[in-house]
Write a new protein. Structure first.
Ligand SMILES: [Fe+2]
Length: 438
């Protein structure tokens, strides 16, 4: 899966690689070669990734523009089209693509006054996405799709966290202090109460400038209920991925700005943790490259396992993008996630350090695997040896009950948890892989 963060195409399309140019009239070809447009460098990399032939899913986390003008939005969508859909054979299908609006994608100042959470204001950008080659619609409320590969299955839900971007409120009531009213009454010869009523009438008739637009990130109540219901669908071991523009945790950098955080972020956190499923929440907005894992108040060693939510924020697209590789067991349980960070620096795209995160929401450490961990102490064993241990006379009953697939799953989960190590390529059959206690 590819995660694309805020594009802000107006600035992005102008940006070139940095060149410390001390020559006022350098040979043009050299400057052109070094100061290439960032959109070209990242675009070529992403395009080559798309044409690799394995059709990754793509999540586009919003803020395609900076000021919500539809012309720029159109250009950004055309750019994405060319990266993702230029080759029909490798273009992802609708289930594989999710695209959400960002708070910068709507010119909400133009649509004031605006008080409810309706999404009609998004119509212009909905139409732009609909009339493009991008196979999925813009998610204006919520949207879910399922993707499957062999036994591995994941549900992707996207949600619009910008439904209250541009909601307005009346400016705080304008109140004139008593001594001023008294002074005005004295100067004008008007009665004090008459003066107060004239001021009140004038304020009530004031133009829309007395309305104040606010940018309030939230997940609308019905949308949150929808997410919770969707995540709660069977199977319990299923992996759920949520795509949104805003994160639900406060950003790391101190910020003094009313409503800069998702106002019901606590509800979202609670709802996702209470699902009891592994959830991966992908977002943009903060332009920070950050991965956070939250659990429902337990350590990873606790059995049975507590659910965990992995929150991944994409950097601004001008800095690169993320590729997420999910590993599943033979039986289709999500074991772990590798985050590959493609970043731009020094004129090239490089792959920054990968991050590996265990997802084992179903059985962080299956208690039945304890016997095999003990056997692995001080030795190295192949998967085949581990399968044989199951039939040893000393093997406890619950270890004997593990069929081959479940045994492999337990052993691989222990690897993801860092309890044991696998020294082999994971594409090898289980029986041939080598394991040792760490
Ligand atoms: Fe942004």
């Amino acid at each position: 899966m590819l995660q694309i963060g805020d594009i802000h195409y107006d600035k992005f399309s102008e940006k070139t690689l940095a060149v410390d140019n001390k020559d006022k009239t350098p040979p043009a070809g050299i400057v052109q070669n070094l100061a290439r447009p960032v959109s070209l460098v990242i675009g070529e990399h992403l395009k080559s990734r798309m044409s690799a032939g394995d059709r990754p899913a793509v999540v586009i986390c919003g803020d395609l523009t900076s000021r919500g003008d539809t012309e720029t939005y159109k250009r950004a969508v055309a750019y994405l089209e060319q990266l993702l859909c230029a080759i029909p054979a490798t273009c992802p299908n609708a289930d594989q693509v999710h695209i959400v609006p960002g708070n910068h994608d709507v010119d909400w100042r133009k649509t004031m006054p605006y008080a409810d959470l309706s999404v009609h204001r998004l119509r212009p950008i909905v139409d732009i996405v609909d009339s493009s080659l991008i196979p999925a619609p813009l998610t204006v409320t919520t949207r879910t799709s399922n993707i499957q590969s062999g036994n591995a299955a994941a549900t992707i839900s996207s949600v619009n966290t910008c439904r209250a971007s541009g909601a307005y409120r009346q400016r705080p009531e304008f109140r004139i202090a008593d001594p001023i009213i008294q002074a005005l009454a004295e100067a004008s010869g008007l009665d004090e109460s008459e003066l107060r009523s004239k001021v009140a009438t004038a304020l009530a008739d004031s133009p829309p400038e007395s309305h104040e637009g606010l940018d309030i990130p939230l997940i609308e109540a019905g949308d949150l209920q929808y997410l919770v219901t969707t995540i709660g669908q069977p199977p319990p071991s299923g992996l759920h991925i949520v795509a949104a523009h805003h994160g639900f945790l406060p950003q790391v950098t101190a910020r003094i700005n009313p409503y800069s955080e998702m106002v019901n972020g606590g509800d979202v956190r609670q709802a996702l943790l209470a699902s009891g499923r592994p959830v991966v929440y992908l977002h943009g907005h903060i332009h920070e490259d950050r991965v956070e894992v939250i659990t429902a108040g337990s350590t990873m060693k606790q059995v049975p396992a507590r659910p965990q939510v992995v929150i991944i924020s994409a950097p601004e697209f001008a800095d690169g993008y993320n590729e997420l590789e999910f590993e599943f067991s033979e039986r289709g349980t999500a074991l772990g996630l590798i985050i590959k960070r493609y970043r731009i620096a020094g004129g090239v795209i490089y792959r920054a350090a990968d991050e590996r995160i265990a997802l084992g929401g179903r059985s962080i450490v299956d208690p039945r695997a304890k016997y095999f961990i003990q056997k692995l102490h001080g030795t190295m064993a192949r998967g085949l040896d581990i399968i044989r241990w199951r039939s040893d006379a000393s093997a406890p009953e619950d270890a004997r009950q593990l069929d081959d697939d479940l045994l492999e799953e337990c052993i691989e989960e222990l690897c993801w948890q860092g309890v044991i190590d696998c020294d082999s390529d994971r594409t090898l059959p289980f029986a041939e892989r080598e394991y040792r206690f760490k």
